[in-house]
Write a protein that binds this ligand. Structure first.
Ligand code: ZN
Length: 360
């Protein structure tokens, strides 16, 4: 498909890094540059929820009404660091994670967090109106920041710095492999008090995989992120490219994991000029009025653009909503074992003097 071919050019770095292979985009929302005929419709699709009807989601109609409200009242404080709880991780146990810092905002003019919501993920609610329409929990002017595909050197720390400077927090959806490569950066994300979910092990398009393989991608992603984090993370999950199947969404429900879609796509996988990125996001937000905003801490341009984006959000009167989870995710031992570092095998070597001696 043409859109894949074009998008892959912008995503090749990650495609190589996480093993997607050539020709697959990491995020495949069509853009104006890709299909002019659809360009004007893209934003509408994202904010009106028609996207689910167009994407290859077998039977992928909006999820049926969930039994109970999943959005709980905000906590008393906007500073909601995750508490460290013991978890069943494969030996050797990871080093103790740093205690989440309870930051105080030193910037009197910061954007700040307007309110914090807590999600009860029992039954696996879907959030983000482009695909799930049960929980329209954001008020006009409210924005929830989300960052996918990290953790990544330089870019993720820069995103953290920009968020800290404006005293705001976000939800991160790390890739399991990336977390395994850069656990210290993921720990920085957690230490700063952000919410951390997961985004598969290798950013595969799960809709194109057999169920067992897709399930493994989900579970290894969770296990990898939890192992790297050194503590349980949030039961939040985002499908790569937002491509789900009813079976996988139901599986998340069985696991009591919330599925996160989006309301506003920054398209930062293809827009690499920070000023254009900021202008595009602000224009889409103006049209949508509110929403869960998709960004990528993997992207250098996103890290560069974030200070200005946050400044413009404040100037525009937008309010930041921080999304947290009522419970922690549980990992499955089978998949913990698969992502655990290989244990060094005991050496069968004899003492060196029994093998090698100087004879001359
Ligand atoms: Zn992604």
């Amino acid at each position: 498909m043409r859109k894949f071919a074009v998008l892959a050019a912008g995503c090749s770095a990650l495609a190589v890094l996480v093993g997607l292979g050539a020709g697959r985009a990491w995020f495949s929302l069509p853009s104006g540059k890709i299909d002019a005929a659809r360009a004007s419709a893209t934003s509408d699709e994202l904010v009106t929820g028609t996207i689910a009807s167009r994407w290859p989601v077998p039977g992928g109609a909006p999820q049926s009404a969930a039994p109970a409200p999943a959005i709980l009242p905000a906590r008393a404080t906007t500073d909601s660091p995750m508490s460290a709880k013991p978890t069943a991780l494969p030996a050797p146990a990871p080093a103790p994670a740093p205690a989440p810092a309870r930051q105080t905002c030193s910037n009197p003019n910061a954007l700040g967090i307007s309110r914090t919501v807590e999600i009860d993920t029992t039954g696996g609610p879907g959030l983000g109106m482009s695909q799930y329409r049960d929980y329209d929990f954001l008020q006009p002017g409210e924005v929830a920041l989300t960052f996918d595909d990290g953790p990544w050197p330089v870019n993720t720390p820069a995103v953290l710095a920009a968020l800290a400077a404006q005293c705001v927090k976000a939800v991160f959806f790390p890739i399991g492999k990336h977390a395994s490569w850069h656990p210290a950066i993921l720990k920085q994300v957690i230490a700063a008090g952000h919410t951390v979910g997961s985004h598969t092990w290798s950013h595969a398009n799960l809709a194109s995989k057999p169920f067992a393989e897709a399930k493994s991608e989900i579970e290894k992603g969770i296990s990898g992120v939890v192992l790297a984090a050194g503590q349980p993370t949030a039961p939040f999950f985002r499908f790569p490219q937002l491509r789900q199947t009813p079976e996988l969404k139901a599986y998340l429900g069985e696991r009591n994991i919330a599925a996160f879609s989006i309301d506003v796509d920054s398209e930062d996988f293809r827009i690499h000029k920070p000023d254009q990125l900021v202008a595009g996001v602000m224009a889409k937000l103006k049209k949508a009025g509110k929403g869960i905003l998709l960004l990528h801490d993997f992207q250098k341009s996103t890290a560069q653009a974030l200070p200005e984006l946050l400044a413009q959000l404040k100037d525009g009167g937008y309010k930041i909503v921080f999304i947290t989870a009522k419970d922690k995710v549980t990992t499955l031992p089978e998949y913990d074992a698969q992502v655990a570092p290989a244990q060094p095998t005991a050496s069968a070597a004899k003492p060196i003097a029994k093998v090698i001696r100087t004879v001359d």
